[in-house]
Ligand binder design. Structure first.
Ligand SMILES: Cc1cc2nc3c(=O)[nH]c(=O)nc-3n(C[C@H](O)[C@H](O)[C@H](O)COP(=O)(O)OP(=O)(O)OC[C@H]3O[C@@H](n4cnc5c(N)ncnc54)[C@H](O)[C@@H]3O)c2cc1C
Length: 376
């Protein structure tokens, strides 16, 4: 079968770019990937992986590695600040997944290494410390000048260079820019303290949650309402996070707070979101992942959407047709699901910021999680 594009360049080696490299290589597409970071790093926090995201990870072919190096949990408990559980969300079997139940957690660098190993094993040509200087779509091919001096022709360029995408800025100057949501997220890595599954504790103007990432450890996240996009000095991180947890009397949160120390790998990041309206492609350049649907983490599905993008673009390649037909079908298949995740995540953040009704928060999470079980 003729492929709609035989030679593809992926710009950006994050979760979305690596996943797309793997799924396209499996079809026999020649894939080059350029990643600007010479050390191909990712931040050192944990990541929560929903059941539907695990389904995509399985289709990418790395579920066994995930299970070996991460943790699978049977759901999440929603609690008040004293630890009273008001809802236990048991993660149901994921349709079309050949037996996945539950959701997962893993350290980001661990998942990134699993995907990087699979990318290299797939035969993708990876150039680290390299970006594009110029992209010229000539109609029948796209010519890319790279920062290492190479000038190469491709049938398709896939931009996966994240929420602050330079490709988007260069080729879609009218696209919306990421905007600060008025919340920041604190993350840290702590012992598991016997936690059987993930949990979230809703406070006055934020929430703390955790997800086990291995037999020994879990990562915690705290979403804090902040009117401005602040940065913190390293020395401020520990006292600030401890202060935020003071309102919680839930026993496990007290243990977490007492145990936090200088080696707890504390990170703070202001939250930014962005949803680019269609079209997500122009000529022979397609944008995927956070470049077009950068969600806040309230449904823990941003990376999962990127994995799914990779599964769907490969499925549409396999269905065949002209490149334009493939890209059109791809974006139409992805749009509503990604829109729902970005919009509902943003709404959850709004509820948290004003200390809104826990019932609305819980209901929206349950509805969104149920919607995400649908086939992609
Ligand atoms: C605080 C926080 C917590 C989150 N928690 C979760 C969670 O629990 N679960 C979940 O599923 N999602 C979560 N997310 C979302 C998730 O992190 C993102 O959706 C995901 O990382 C997007 O992957 P990506 O590959 O599209 O983009 P990125 O991860 O941003 O990767 C982009 C890659 O492109 C590279 N790059 C950038 N510019 C260039 C260039 N010009 N040339 C070449 N390479 C370039 C970068 O170095 C990077 O490697 C969270 C996000 C935040 C902010």
């Amino acid at each position: 079968m003729a492929l709609p594009a035989e030679n593809v360049l992926i710009i950006g080696g994050g979760f979305s770019g690596m996943s797309a490299a793997i799924t396209l290589r499996r079809l026999g597409v020649n894939v080059d990937l350029v990643e600007i970071d010479p050390d191909w790093r990712t931040d050192g926090a944990g990541i929560t992986v929903s059941g539907p995201s695990l389904r995509a990870i399985a289709e990418i072919g790395v579920l066994e590695q995930f299970k070996a190096h991460g943790a699978i949990n049977d759901g999440v408990e929603l609690c008040d600040s004293a630890g009273n559980i008001f809802q236990r969300m048991t993660a149901p079997p994921v349709p079309g997944s050949q037996g996945i139940t539950g959701s997962g957690g893993i350290m980001r660098p661990v998942l990134a290494k699993i995907l990087a190993d699979a990318t290299l094993a797939s035969g993708t040509k990876v150039d680290l410390g390299v970006t594009f200087n110029h992209i010229e779509d000539k109609g029948d091919k796209v010519t890319v000048s790279l920062s290492n001096g190479d000038v190469r022709d491709y049938d398709l360029v896939i931009a996966a260079d994240g929420v602050f995408s330079s490709v988007r800025k260069a080729l879609f100057p009218d696209a919306p820019v990421p905007s600060f949501t008025g919340q920041g997220v604190w993350r840290a890595v702590v012992p598991r303290y016997g936690a059987a599954r993930g949990a979230m504790y809703l406070g006055r103007q934020g929430k703390i949650g955790y997800t086990p990432v291995s037999d020994e450890e879990m990562y915690i996240f705290y979403t804090e309402a902040r009117p401005t996009k602040d940065r913190f000095e390293q020395s401020e991180l520990l006292p600030h996070l401890k202060g935020l947890l003071e309102e919680y009397t839930a026993p496990v949160v007290c243990k977490i707070r007492e145990g936090l120390n200088e080696s707890s790998r504390i990170i703070y990041r202001p939250l930014e979101g962005m949803l680019m309206p269609r079209p997500w492609y122009k000529g022979r350049v397609l944008l995927i992942g956070d470049c077009v649907h950068a969600t806040t983490p309230h449904l823990a599905s941003g990376a999962g959407m990127g994995h799914e993008d990779a599964v769907v673009i490969a499925a549409e390649f396999a269905r065949g047709g002209s490149l334009e037909q493939v890209l059109e079908r791809y974006q139409n298949r992805r749009w509503e699901r990604c829109r729902m995740v970005v919009t509902n995540s943003a709404r959850l953040g709004e509820i948290e910021k004003v200390g809104g009704p826990p019932e609305e928060h819980t209901q929206l999470m349950a509805l969104s999680n149920a919607a995400m079980l649908a086939p992609i």
